[in-house]
Design a protein around this ligand. Structure first.
Ligand code: FMN
Length: 333
């Protein structure tokens, strides 16, 4: 089982941190769908220290989401450590994670995110200072390297371990790859063989079978799932079940997808108010509708709406029609 510091997860399935996605609304859904650990979207160390209202709200943790990991990013030791201390003392999170993978130039230019990947000494220094300053376990989420000529995953993970980090999550891509190409699981395996702290594998786990393969072939202690869970928390549930007993649960029905999409929207509304939530929900709705016949047309309509009731009516009218069509087809067959 996956254990980070003294925090024991009930399974090996981890929801990846995703900016703009992993707020309490979606995290709670992920939890209800069985994820052993959920990770929050990254928050800037400096924004925390400046008491930026939106950033502080991103540190909110509902008890039902636990165990949960809050992720911070930064490029300077002083601010990173101070922000970690704030998270340690003022939040309900179980784990403090440091972002060492964000590839976006706005972040790497400030020596944060994936920029660290070039300097194992800096990693050691930053992580050690953070570990010393807080009580919660500290983990790091990293990419395998900056580019194909600078893959220091093993040195970097060892630096995290020496510094007292409690686990490392490794996304098998370089910074330069962004989200292109394939995640290199062999390098995740090299990391797993090089350190004794838990290693969570990440990148291109698109099915429960992929998760099984990553555990069996790479030996990881946990499997982190990102994009495959977008609009598809069933991916988490199906993976948990598959890892548990080899049983492949069926995909959700279209109506189940829409029901969960609406729960998601209602939770976002409770969090941010209707107008912001409905706009933020547009991308999620598109993900929930993915693969459903005629879903593209409904997505375009939802992109114009400002109210919850318009979204609900359109989704349920659409599902009613789709179910009727499907019933007629099964009669013909
Ligand atoms: C929309 C989106 C936002 C992301 N935001 C973060 C983030 O805040 N922190 C982080 O460490 N990784 C972030 N990532 C990277 C994911 O956690 C994960 O490493 C990556 O998507 C690869 O896993 P996957 O193939 O399962 O999607 C983000 C990815 C996506 C798609």
């Amino acid at each position: 089982m996956l254990k980070i510091g003294n925090i024991e997860m009930k399974n090996q399935v981890v929801l990846a941190p995703m900016a703009g996605v992993c707020n309490p609304a979606f995290r709670l859904i992920a939890k209800e769908f069985g994820a052993g650990l959920v990770c929050a979207e990254m928050v800037s160390d400096k924004a925390i220290l400046h008491k930026n209202e939106r950033s502080l709200s991103m540190l909110y943790v509902d008890d039902r989401e636990k165990p949960l990991s809050l992720q911070i990013f930064g490029g300077e030791k002083e601010t990173l450590v101070e922000a970690a201390k704030f998270v340690d003392k003022n939040t309900n999170a179980d784990i403090i994670d440091i972002n060492m993978g964000c590839p976006v130039p706005k972040i790497t230019k400030c020596d944060a995110g994936a920029r660290w990947l070039l300097d194992p000494n800096k990693i050691y220094e930053m992580v050690a200072a953070t570990v010393d300053a807080v009580d919660k376990p500290v983990t790091v989420k990293m990419r395998i390297g900056w580019d194909e000529d600078h893959i220091f995953a093993v040195e970097n993970a060892r630096a995290v371990e020496r510094a007292g980090g409690s686990a490392v999550a490794v996304h098998g891509r370089t910074r330069v790859q962004m989200y292109e190409g394939h995640a290199d699981w062999n390098i995740i395996k090299e990391v797993k063989n090089a350190v004794n702290i838990p290693v969570i594998g990440n990148g291109d786990v698109q099915s429960p079978q992929d998760a099984r393969r990553m555990i069996d072939e790479i030996g990881v202690d946990g499997v982190m799932i990102g994009r495959a869970a977008l609009g598809n928390p069933w991916m988490l549930y199906r993976t948990v079940k598959y890892l548990e007993n080899g049983e492949l649960m069926p995909d959700p029905t279209p109506r189940e997808k829409i029901d969960v999409c609406m729960i998601h929207l209602d939770r976002l509304i409770a969090l941010r108010g209707e107008s912001v939530a409905v706009r933020e929900m547009r991308k999620h709705a598109a993900w929930y509708l993915k693969g459903l016949r005629g879903g593209g047309r409904i997505r375009d309509q939802i992109n114009m709406f400002e109210s919850r009731d318009d979204v609900a009516k359109t989704l349920y009218d659409y599902i009613g029609q789709l179910e009727e069509e499907m019933a007629n087809e099964s009669i013909v067959v």
